[in-house]
Design a protein around this ligand. Structure first.
Ligand code: NAP
Length: 296
């Protein structure tokens, strides 16, 4: 039987409705509107699209977004100064730097200048360390989105064999850690893994985030596996995008599968919104603008 297709758009829509309700409650109780600042340096067309989508998503749930367009010639010091100013603002609860940055900019220095309590992308080293011990201030958005999809489908991870294909700092590694904290048994594969298929066939839950179209085919997947495709690959000469998994082939063998587009993608932005709302709530609790109800 063909796999159930996990509808990332529908799940993201449900999570966004819950977030819109949290935003309304926060505004009523404290007068505070969650705010996200997005910094964009240079004119990479894909980055412009991502930032526009993030702003649109913010508006949908009632988050205020503040956009900073900086020239491709921006220096590390200019970016750090802008971030320091945003760190000090009460109406900004999340600061996000759209990556990649122009080559002359020191990415680490920029990311480390974001106040940890406003690091809603989860890339600050403090956050990365927190993730290792299972206490991130904010979980990074794409892995967080993968876990949220699984939770919404009622797919447990404890005790399961999980294989992650891809070991990047923004997807594969943090996802592996988060799966471990959920008591899964985790293998992480990368470009130098020998005989990838011998690992992928072990997976009860297979997450693919390599950026290689069609990397995972039906022969590489065990019958009944849950297959999550994080990949987003633009088809040359068209506006179409495809994932890293041969969707039509793998669908015949898996029990669940995510499509591309419409799977993990909408969840990534949604989890950014969730981290921003959480940040605003925490800020209100710290400042006393929001009292913990007696029944909480
Ligand atoms: P990345 O930084 O380029 O990392 C790719 C990872 O995949 C690396 O660890 C690399 O191994 C590994 N890899 C490459 N070719 C492989 C192969 N043939 N076999 C096994 N592993 C291989 O990419 P990323 O930022 O993690 O993104 C991965 C994909 O997810 C991209 O398509 C990206 O567009 C997409 N993405 C989607 C979302 C979303 O919201 N859906 C968010 C972020 C990224 P080495 O470490 O050995 O080089």
């Amino acid at each position: 039987m063909a796999a159930r297709v996990i509808d990332g758009n529908a799940i993201a829509g449900r999570v966004r409705e819950e977030l819109a309700a949290r935003v309304r409650r926060l505004r009523e109780r404290s007068g505070v509107v969650p705010g996200l600042a997005v910094l964009l340096a240079g004119d990479d067309p894909a980055s412009h699209v991502y930032v526009r989508n993030k702003q649109r998503a913010c508006a949908q749930v009632g988050i205020a977004s503040f956009r900073y367009d900086l020239p491709a010639t921006v220096t590390t010091a200019e970016l750090v100064d802008t971030i320091h100013a945003l760190n000090g603002r009460d109406d900004v609860h999340g600061v996000l730097v759209q990556l990649p940055l122009p080559p002359q900019v020191g990415m680490r220095q920029v990311l480390e200048s974001i106040e940890v309590a406003k690091d809603v992308d989860g890339f600050h080293l403090y956050n990365v360390g927190g993730l290792v011990v299972g206490e991130p201030v904010f979980p990074p958005c794409t892995p967080y989105g993968v876990l949220e999809l699984l939770a919404h489908e009622g797919i447990g991870i404890a005790g399961r064999n999980v294989v992650v294909v891809g070991a990047s700092n923004i997807v594969g590694k943090p996802l592996g850690l988060m799966m471990m904290h959920g008591d899964a048994t985790v293998s992480i594969c990368h470009a130098k893994t020998r005989d990838l298929a011998q690992f992928t066939r072990l997976a009860e839950i297979l997450v693919v985030a390599a950026g290689v179209p069609g990397l995972v085919t039906a022969e590489m997947v065990q019958t009944g596996a849950v297959v999550i495709d994080v990949g987003i690959n633009r088809v040359p000469g068209s506006s179409r995008v495809v994932g890293d998994v041969d969707f039509d082939g793998v669908r015949q063998k898996a029990s669940y599968i995510t499509p591309v587009p419409g799977g993990v993608g909408p969840m990534t932005v949604t989890m950014l919104l969730k981290n921003t709302v959480t940040s605003a709530e925490r800020s209100c609790l710290r400042s006393g603008a929001l009292k913990v109800p007696r029944w909480a």
